[in-house]
Write a protein that binds this ligand. Structure first.
Ligand code: NOJ
Length: 439
């Protein structure tokens, strides 16, 4: 996995590199009672460890304290999401109180010289939207656009970076195709419909942000992009045609059609009919990449030998995913052809072993560095997550945080990995000694 001769050398990151961590509203704020996740959690029995999001990390109230910590930890950027269901609790009714809240949140980052990166949609929908069919309803595209305009009108003078939608293809699949997120449908056609609506909504949202900033006469020139989860599909046996073809099919179904859609404006089959939408074409200034792991792919999984091969190739485990840094480099380089600045919007590990987290960070940052060395215009890295939080249907048992949360007392405690990360940020490099110490 790690080539010895490359293991212990200093590596340096470009000047002005953005360093930070990411969160999302529902996972950290607490009491997001107006969205479909909250409603689903109340039904009981859906979250693996029996938890519900509840007051989460109470970041809604403790954000200033958290931003002080971020500052102490040296971060110069912070990615977080605005909760649609707070801003628009009833269809077409805007909450001034919540808009003001997010204004204070963004201001609090600016006051600390921490660049805000704002996500407009991170898995959650207002209950009123879910009741109208959520992302299956074609109206969602204009509803999301309207919400976007409201956010930008109200807060756009303060926001330099927007992520339109977080992991749109995964959300569409998890909610409508696979049935592990609410409303838990199992229908591939619904997945295609929701996926298409996410793509269209992204395009509309991109145009709406730039138009609104211009109409409002804001001085800021925001950078807008999608956040795409880039799972690496690895053929179990690269010498077997069926495995290679199946991996390519998965890559097309979950990665390519969406990125190509934004690039060309064409909605490929089976999500669309090949229609070309002018507003969608080239609707990005930046690309956000989330990377966690690979998936080994073969259509021959009923063959015990294939299963055996698959297991024998498996790398180090974490509480959630296999560690596979090589796929990170590959997926980063796969977006180079679009010629846009790239930001790692998420990369991180669920583990109770913080030494493992330190190792994980180092070996993944090394892939980031390789991609930069090989010509990728990669401008920032955001670790997932700033703090332990509500890991969706897996609840609170997953520990992704640089900062440990005691859910009883709400005490925040930076882990050793947070200090390692701070040292990397401070020097803008990883030293050979740091690699030696942890690898
Ligand atoms: C991606 C999602 O954006 C985030 O919400 C989630 O917690 C992490 N992956 C870890 O699974």
């Amino acid at each position: 996995m790690i080539r010895k001769e490359e293991a212990y050398q200093d590596i340096e990151f470009p000047k002005g590199f953005l360093w930070g961590a990411a969160t999302s509203a529902h996972q950290v704020e607490g009491n997001n009672t107006n969205n479909q996740w909250w409603a689903w959690e109340q039904e009981g029995g859906h979250i693996n460890d029996g938890s519900i999001s509840g007051r989460a990390c109470d970041h809604y109230n403790l954000y200033e304290k958290d931003f002080d910590l971020i500052k102490q930890l040296g971060h110069n950027t912070h990615r977080f999401s605005i909760e649609w269901s707070r801003i628009e609790p009833k269809e077409g009714k805007w909450s001034k109180k919540e808009i003001d809240h997010y204004r204070q949140v963004i201001q609090a980052l600016n006051d600390r010289d921490i660049t805000p990166m704002v996500t407009l949609h991170h898995f959650t929908d207002p209950i009123w939207l879910a009741e109208k069919g959520g992302w299956l309803n074609p109206k969602v595209v204009e509803l999301f656009e309207r919400y976007t305009r409201k956010v930008v009108e109200s807060l756009g003078d303060l926001i330099p970076f927007y992520n339109t939608i977080n992991e749109p293809v995964w959300v569409a699949y998890a909610s409508y195709g696979l049935g592990v997120h609410p409303p838990c449908h199992n229908d591939m056609n619904e997945f295609y419909t929701a996926g298409k609506h996410f793509l269209m909504a992204h395009g509309k949202c991109y145009r709406a942000i730039h138009e609104t900033v211009k109409d409002m006469g804001f001085k800021i020139k925001p950078q807008v992009g999608i956040v795409k989860q880039m799972m690496y599909y690895d053929p179990v046996d690269p010498n077997v045609k069926e495995d290679v073809e199946e991996a390519e099919r998965m890559d097309e179904l979950t990665n390519r059609w969406f990125l190509e859609g934004i690039h060309t404006g064409i909605i490929r089959k089976p999500f669309g009919k090949g229609e070309e939408l002018e507003y969608l074409k080239d609707s990005w200034d930046i690309i956000g990449v989330n990377y966690y792991t690979r998936s080994q792919i073969s259509p021959r999984l009923n063959d015990p030998k294939v299963l055996e091969l698959m297991l024998s190739r498996r790398g180090e485990s974490t509480d959630m995913y296999e560690v596979y840094p090589e796929g990170f480099y590959k997926q980063l380089m796969s977006v180079k052809k679009y010629g846009k600045p790239v930001y790692v919007t998420e990369n991180g590990i669920a583990t109770k072993d913080d030494k493992q987290r330190c190792r994980y960070i180092l070996i993944h940052l090394r892939e980031v560095h390789k991609a930069i060395r090989d010509g990728l215009d990669l401008r920032g890295f955001m670790y997932w997550s700033l703090m332990d939080n509500f890991e969706w249907s897996l609840g609170y048992s997953m520990r992704f945080g640089l900062i440990e949360i005691d859910y009883e007392t709400l005490e925040r405690k930076p882990r050793p990995s947070a200090y390692l990360y701070r040292d990397i940020i401070k020097s803008n490099k990883i030293t050979a000694q740091q690699f030696e110490k942890y690898l």
